[in-house]
Design a protein around this ligand. Sequence first.
Ligand code: TXA
Ligand code: MG
Length: 327
Amino acid sequence: MTPSDTEFIRAVDLLVAGELVAFPTETVYGIGADAANPAAVAKIFAAKGRPADHPLIVHLAAADWIRYWAQNIPDPAWEIMEAFWPGPLTVILEKQAWVPDAITGGQKTVGLRVPGHPVALELLRRFAASNDKGGIAAPSANRFGRISPTTATHVAAELGERVALILDGGACTVGIESTIVDFSRQQPVILRPGHIAPAHLAAVLGMEPPIETAEGAPRVSGSLPAHYAPSTAMRMLAKAEISNQLHSNTVALLIHSPDLQTCADALPKSAFNLLPDDPVGYAHALYAALRDLDNCGADVILVEQTPDTPAWSAVNDRLRRALAGSA
Ligand code: TXA
Ligand code: MG
């Protein structure tokens, strides 16, 4: 699914005029504004209801634009960008002096990413042709603390009239937010786990960066203990406990073990979701599943426990925060 030429032209006109445009990336949909225009960036915070000290990721068409935004870029950061861009990876680097506080939350660093989605890249290339900095600031296109959108329909449900235009690029392939790696310190550190796992980074860096999600610190809002949350209460249960909990018809179920498929018989169709039993497939489908179950009328969403292994760390991170943030 690709927007028409007219829609791309309108999107760039809106961005240049300081308005908001939602667009797809391979991770989740973003709500974008001209990153060099603080008044436009302020509209993102208003639309999301997001606290103003939370920094934003600047999206670029290619690594060529990076020197406008960052300085003193260490070699390992270049190697990571070379290996994973365009793709689901954000780097935190020392910012250039001019970069507005509205983007960085007043910090000396800036988050940068070249997304791996054809619609995002087309928008970024066209925008860069109209603007010497070429950056689109874009957090996930959800209201603050809620489930990130992975389709254009989700964006409309989250933000509606608050965004001037939504470019529809179909469903996001990755489904959870980018891996964030901080290169502004002595050693690289993962601030948010994602599809690009520590082992993938190690293949380039020669070491696995530690994961430091800084509980309670607002530098990464996805690192707040409560985030990505449905309005319905959520509980996580071990596989063996699930079948005992299905007596109530106000329960919704999110599972990944195929042999629990029989639980579907006890529930309305809309209250049952079997996700793939691998972390990549699970991540791809997770937010859409939570959104559907949140809307099915159940009093509680029961989540089958996921494996506690490194391969599942990004999924477990999102589930932990959704559990902390649900009613
Ligand atoms: O996959 C993604 O990264 C999506 C798509 C739209 O690109 N974007 C996204 O944006 O997840 P957002 O704002 O929902 O999350 C970006 C995270 C925030 O938690 C923010 O705190 C962190 O990146 N971040 C941005 N700049 C930072 C900086 N200078 N230092 C530390 N964290 C930063
Ligand atoms: Mg977000």
